[in-house]
Structures are given as C-alpha cells and as structure tokens.
Design a protein around this ligand. Structure first.
Ligand SMILES: Nc1ncnc2c1ncn2[C@@H]1O[C@H](COP(=O)(O)OP(=O)(O)OP(=O)(O)O)[C@@H](O)[C@H]1O
Ligand SMILES: [Mg+2]
Length: 271
C-alpha cells in the first residue's frame, strides 16, 4: 500500500468541439488517502469518467493533474488497474488466458509456473476457477465482469479504478459483485476510486462519496464521509439512520444540481 495520498489538484479538462473548446471539468480537487474507498457520483455527462481516466493516465489533463505516491501521472502504470463497465475481454482467449495475458505483461520477470499459479489464485479469489477454460461468449455478464476483476487484480495494483463496473448487470448479480469487491477490499485495503450512478451502491461500499456538479466546468460539489461500521452488511446498512441521512443528502444535492430538474420546477412554477 502507498503511504502518500493520491492528490488531484486543479484538474481541468477541455475538449475541442465544432463550436469551440468546452471545459468539461474545471478545478477538480480531491485528496484520497491510501486504502480509502471513494466513489465519484454525479449526473450523466458531468465528467466522472473523464476524471477517472486522467487518474488512470488514459487521457491527459489540460491543466492541473494527478499525483500518485509522489509522482505525477502522465501515462498508465501497473500500480493503477482499471475496470470498465463492459468487461472488454479478448473473445478468442479463455478466461484463464485473458487473465494470464495481463499477468504476463504486469510481471515480466515471473516464470511461467508462477504466472499460472497467480492466475489460478485470482480466478479463485473472484470465485470463478471452474470457468477458467471457457471463452467469454460462454460466460454470463456477471462472470465476465469477474474475469475483468481478476485481470485487474492479477496486475497486483495499489489503486483500483472502477468505472461503473456493475452498470450492465441485473440487480441480483450487481449485489453479488458489490459484496465480492467489498470482501476483496477488506482483505488488503487497496485504494479504490469507483464511478457509479447508484446511490445505494456508493453508500454501501464507500468511505467517502465525492459528488460532482453538473458540467460544463464540473467540480467537486460535496464530499460526504460514510462512517457506517465495517465489515458492512447490506441489511444492517439499509436500516441505519446514517444511511437515510446520506441518501437524503445525495438526493438533495443531485436535485439541486440537475439543470433539467430546475427547468422542470421553473416550468411548473410558471404554469
Ligand atoms: N473525447 C471527447 N471529446 C469531446 N467531448 C468529450 C470527450 N469525452 C467526453 N466528452 C464530453 O465530456 C463530458 C463528460 O463526459 P464523461 O464521459 O466524463 O461523463 P460521465 O460523467 O462519465 O457520464 P456518464 O455518467 O454518462 O458515463 C460529456 O459531455 C462528454 O460528451
Ligand atoms: Mg462515464
């Protein structure tokens, strides 16, 4: 684990468009402590994935930047692993081979035997050892996303970056994978930054919820601490007064920052 926080300072991202440059994110600041589980929440299009991909080094910032363990992020690095909403597995490789490919790239010095042991261990950790020899098309969406998680973990990163990793799953499978991510996080407390649209998911998993204002020029609007006891149990969380309080605060924030909602209220007012 890193001892220094992940620092996001004055992060600003402009995209060129036909009608000129648009500043999607402006002066986004956050400090994420080693081992923290932080979620980014906000309306669609506010810039959550943009911030996450800059942390990952997949995109460059226009101004400001991200410092990981004292070093400015300029490109992807093995200490940061990314899981997308879609599993993005190579369809011609089995689950085992998909993970092995990532593990081989991440650990060039390891022997073939060690690499195969490592892959088996991570497939076991995410509960899909029995599907090792199957192709992605033979696996359910939930199992494919478990392979994607095993692939990210096999990199043995210090930071996990998750962009709506359960967004494509049905609610029961989503619950299972949320519990899996919690269980894995409890084991070694990697720093996690996760983008989600799901308020319950954010409360259930996080230490902190960072709410982004609507774009353009989106920034941190509210930084909420979640102090629900750990290890967490879904039933206990759903009954806890803190859960109701957090839920109400997130809803209040999202409503007050929704341009569509504001316009609707104005229209109703005028009618
Ligand atoms: N490469 C690009 N060129 C131009 N505009 C872009 C580019 N990438 C993203 N955008 C715009 O930046 C804004 C933020 O996009 P981003 O994908 O970060 O939002 P998001 O909060 O992750 O949305 P969602 O919740 O729908 O995934 C959007 O308006 C999007 O259209
Ligand atoms: Mg997104």
């Amino acid at each position: 684990m890193f001892v220094r926080p992940l620092e996001i300072t004055s992060l600003t991202k402009c995209f060129p468009t036909a009608s000129g440059d648009v500043t999607v994110v402006k002066d986004f600041n956050a400090r994420i402590l080693p081992g923290e589980f932080v979620t980014l929440l906000g309306h669609s299009g506010c810039g959550k994935s943009t911030v996450l991909s800059i942390i990952a080094g997949l995109q460059e910032s226009t101004f400001g930047g991200v410092i990981v363990d004292g070093t400015e992020v300029r490109e992807p690095g093995l200490e940061r692993a990314f899981v997308f909403q879609s599993p993005c597995l190579l369809p011609w490789l089995t689950a085992f081979e998909n993970v092995l490919l990532a593990a081989t790239q991440a650990h060039p010095g390891k022997s073939n035997t060690d690499l195969r042991q490592l892959v088996t261990r991570y497939l076991g950790l995410v509960g899909i050892e029995e599907y090792a020899s199957q192709l992605p098309t033979e696996l359910s969406q939930g199992t494919q996303q478990r392979v994607a998680l095993a692939r990210a973990l096999s990199q043995e990163p210090k930071i996990l970056l998750l962009d709506e990793p359960f967004g494509m799953l049905d609610s029961l499978t989503r619950f299972e994978l949320q519990d899996l991510v919690l269980e894995l996080w409890e084991k070694d407390r990697k720093t996690v930054v996760m983008v989600t649209h799901d308020i319950d998911e954010a409360i259930y998993l996080s230490d902190r919820i960072i709410l982004m204002t609507d774009g353009p020029e989106s920034r941190v609007g509210l930084d909420l601490r979640v102090s629900l006891p750990r290890p967490r149990c879904r039933h206990a969380v759903s009954q806890d007064p803190e859960y109701f309080d957090l839920h109400a605060r997130v809803i209040d924030f999202l409503e007050s920052h929704s341009r569509q909602f504001t316009n609707q209220k104005e229209l109703l007012h005028e009618a």
